[in-house]
Structure formats: C-alpha cells, structure tokens
Design a protein around this ligand. Structure first.
Ligand code: DAH
Length: 337
C-alpha cells in the first residue's frame, strides 16, 4: 500500500510538471471522489489496525503534496492568463484620439452680445423685463389703448384677456421708468412673440433690442448720434444712417432708420434691392403721454427710444436670406459662423 501511495504521488507530480497538463482532469484523476487516492483510502479498512495510522498519515502527506503542486500550477496559469490579458489590452497612447467637436455660440447670441457691447461702450446698461406681460405694459402705457389699430400688426398670444406674451421689448421702457427716475440710459434685449406664420422673414418667437434714454434736454440729435455710432460699429466705419418719417404711438416724432448698404456702399445692389439703403429699426422721441403714464414730467424731461430686431441684424450681418435657418439648429449651417 505504501508503494502504491508513493507511485501515485510520483505519477501525479510528474503529470503535473508537464506544462501542457490539463489541470482539472488531473485534479479529478488524483483527488476526485472516484480518484486514485480515494480508492486507496477506501481500502484502508482491510489493513491491520497498527498500520492504519502510518498509512493514513502517508496518504495525507501524498494528498497534501499533490494539492500543493496542483495549486502552484493553477496560480501559474492564472498569472499567465492575466499577463496575456494585460498585454492584449495595452494602450498605444501615441495613437491620435477621437476628436471631440468644440461648439461655439449661436450666431444670434453672438450678434446680441456684439450689439450689447456697442451700447455698453456708450454708457448704456442692460435692463430686463418679463416675457409674460400685462396688456397695460405691452400696449396701454405705450399710448396704444384698446382697439387702437396699431394692435393689428402686433397680434400675439393671450393667456387671459389682460395677460399676453409681449409683442415687443418696448414695455421694458415702462417698467424701467416706473422703478427709476431719470437720468435713464438702458438697452433691453429679449424674446418677443407674435401670432405670425413662419416664413423666411417671420417667426412667432423672435428677439428685439430696445433702447431708451431719458434726461433733461435730450434731443433727436442725441438719438441720431447714438444710432450713427451704433451703425458704424456694427456694419463698418463707412456706414451712414438715414431717418424716414414714420408713426409709432409711443414716440413723437417717430422715424424708421436705414443704414447705407454695406455691400455696395449705397450705389444699389441685389442685397439692398437696388435701394442703397437697408431698414434696421424704429425710433423716435418718447411720447409725452408715455412719460406721464410713468410719472415723469414731460415739461422737465425728454428722451428717445429705439427698437430693433436682433434676427434682422444677424441676417444682414451674415448675409443670410432665410430667418428659419437660425432656428433649425442644423450644425452644418451653424458651424459656418
Ligand atoms: N416696438 C416697435 C416694434 O416692435 C419698435 C420700436 C419703434 C421701438 C420705435 C421703439 C421706438 O422704442 O421708439 O415695431
């Protein structure tokens, strides 16, 4: 029996030493329930009593030796597998990475900020007002009573009969005058709404920038000088402006303001439709009724106001002929700016 055990041991160790050995098969063969060692141990009952502890001890030693050899091989195999895996997963850090596309500001935002910067440079500050507005601020305080025909061109979305989405940034004028005494010098960019169908020049949501200056002795020449400066900064130093008489209920006198075409210099081209001039905004001297509505004495103070569409400025500046392109968020288009 002793020899059998020794034989099993040396056979097992020899097989385990083979580098191609199937370790699991060997475990079953030698240590498994039906394995060779177990078979020997089962036969122990037939041994004389005094031999049993000696053979038992030997059997345990043999089992321990085989287990130790087996475990050593298993550890080796695990380590080899890990090494192989690590080698396979090695990163070549010199391979160029995937490029992460870097975005930029939307052209409308860029233009709005450019406009803000020009006016901030002339001493204006930025005021904000609500987009959900009372009829009073959007119309009545601006000298547009109920049923006034000027409301027709500014049909908007009503929340109640008295609450609406503002159709212009002009109501910010009223909020500012209500909360602040002159001197006042503000611009107010923001979203406005109108019940217009979408086409190349219309959108139910667009952006305007309002401007207003109120102080003692403010005249139309101040308005002209400010807008002339704005036009030069925005469209180039050669740009001239032109005032055309117009009507707005909240200014008197009122004007529409054109800039000389910055493509043809005023000679007339396709861009300005042969006119030489391009309309960019509405303006005028704040109507005495509007000042009075805001508790500002028109005999002491005067002021001017203007309002322009930010989309319009962006379309002109970037030579875009369809406003919808600004809203579609097609990065092939937006990426050009
Ligand atoms: N709110 C006018 C509009 O949406 C634009 C405008 C015209 C604003 C004259 C003004 C102004 O402040 O004085 O058509």
């Amino acid at each position: 029996m002793k020899e059998t055990l020794e034989k099993i041991k040396s056979a097992a160790l020899a097989e385990l030493a083979d580098k191609d050995a199937d370790l699991e098969a060997l475990r079953i063969k030698y240590l498994g329930k039906k394995g060779e060692l177990t078979a020997v141990l089962r036969g122990m009952g037939q041994l004389p009593a005094e031999e049993r502890p000696v053979i038992g001890q030997l059997a345990n030693d043999v089992r321990a030796a085989i287990e130790e050899a087996l475990n050593a091989r298993l550890d080796e195999a695990k380590e080899a597998a890990l090494r192989q895996k690590l080698q396979k997963e090695t990163l070549d850090v010199t391979v160029p990475g995937d490029e992460a596309p870097v975005g930029h500001l939307h052209p409308l935002t860029r233009i709005q900020r450019e406009m803000e910067d020009i006016f901030l440079g002339m001493g204006f500050s930025i005021a904000e007002g609500p987009e959900v507005e009372y009829d009073y601020y959007n119309f009545q305080a601006l000298n547009i009573p109920p049923d006034h025909p000027a409301r027709d061109t500014q049909d908007t979305f009503y929340i109640t009969e008295n609450i609406l989405l503002r159709s212009q940034t002009s109501p910010v004028q009223v909020h500012v005058m209500e909360s602040q005494q002159p001197p006042i010098k503000i611009i107010s960019p923001g979203r406005v709404y109108r019940s217009d169908a979408v086409d190349a020049t219309h959108s139910p949501l667009f952006h305007q920038m309002e401007g207003m200056v109120i102080d003692k002795g403010v005249t139309m020449s101040d308005l002209k000088g400010t807008l002339a400066m704005f036009a030069r900064r925005m469209f180039g130093e050669e740009t001239k402006i032109r005032f055309r008489p117009h009507h707005f209920p909240f200014t008197e006198p009122s004007a529409e303001v054109d800039v000389s075409c910055f493509l043809c210099g005023g000679k007339g081209c396709r861009f300005c439709k042969g006119e030489g001039w391009i309309e960019i905004l509405g303006a005028g001297m704040v109507h005495p009724n509007v000042l009075r509505n805001c508790n500002i004495d028109p005999d002491v103070y005067s002021g001017y106001a203007f309002g322009m569409g930010i989309e319009r400025i962006a379309l002109l500046k970037y030579h875009i002929d369809d406003m919808r392109l600004l809203y579609e968020n097609d990065t092939r288009f937006l990426g050009q700016f």
